[in-house]
Ligand binder design. Structure first.
Ligand SMILES: N[C@@H](CCC(=O)N[C@@H](CS)C(=O)NCC(=O)O)C(=O)O
Length: 204
């Protein structure tokens, strides 16, 4: 069985969402956040970077949530979380799946971290975030999700960042992204992950 190392309020929720969609159980090992909201040292004994999520499966130890999502979809022959191969939608989806951690996460955290510490969000951080939220608004289009009604891997990957942005009231000027967050919260895999492991974002 797959083992999932799941830090509280973390990107591990993405993996739980996909596992729920795939109907795959896992042996979830939970890690509480430290007082400074970091991962405990115990996670460093799992993976040198001490980050979550990490999965163990059939002797493989896999980090990076996008890689884990791709691994699980490939392993379980899942064709329902990406557009058909060979289409331009397929490559648009691949780009969005990588975009979340490669480009968006760092910019979003520059706004989220001050908000989390009850400090004002610097103007430059808000401006940079707004550029990405404008981009996401275009990508969502008529929605409700990135590729219509059904959550793809890229939607699952985006959910964690969007949950944090919503939690810290950083979506107020971007109604399309706020509506996207509403649509994500209605997805069965999201609901199952929340029920199993609690919310993606820390409570107020
Ligand atoms: N790019 C990695 C990021 C992993 C990551 O930063 N995880 C956070 C939790 S959401 C973490 O473990 N933070 C704890 C720490 O850095 O102390 C991924 O997508 O999996």
């Amino acid at each position: 069985m797959i083992t999932l190392h799941a830090l509280k309020f973390s990107r591990a929720s993405r993996v739980l969402w996909l596992l729920a969609d795939l109907g795959q159980p896992c042996n979830r090992i939970d890690y509480d956040r430290t007082d400074s909201f970091r991962a405990p040292d115990a996670l460093k004994r799992v993976h040198p970077l001490g980050k979550s999520p990490v999965i163990e499966d059939d002797g493989e130890m896999i980090a990076e949530s996008a890689t884990i999502l791709r691994y699980l979809a490939a392993k379980y022959g899942d064709e329902s979380h990406a557009p058909p191969r060979g289409t331009s939608a397929y490559w648009r989806h691949e780009a969005l799946l990588d975009y979340v951690e490669a480009s968006l996460a760092e910019v979003a955290l520059q706004a989220i971290l001050p908000a989390f510490a009850d400090k004002p969000v610097p103007q430059a951080a808000r401006a940079a975030l707004n550029t990405h939220l404008d981009y996401l608004t275009q990508e969502i289009g008529d929605g409700p999700l990135l590729f219509g009604e059904r959550a793809m891997l890229a939607d699952i990957q985006l959910s964690y960042i969007v949950a944090l942005l919503a939690r810290f009231d950083l979506l107020a000027d971007h109604p399309t992204v706020a509506a996207y967050w509403d649509a994500l919260q209605g997805q069965p895999g999201y609901i199952a992950a929340l029920r199993d492991a609690g919310p993606m974002a820390p409570p107020a």
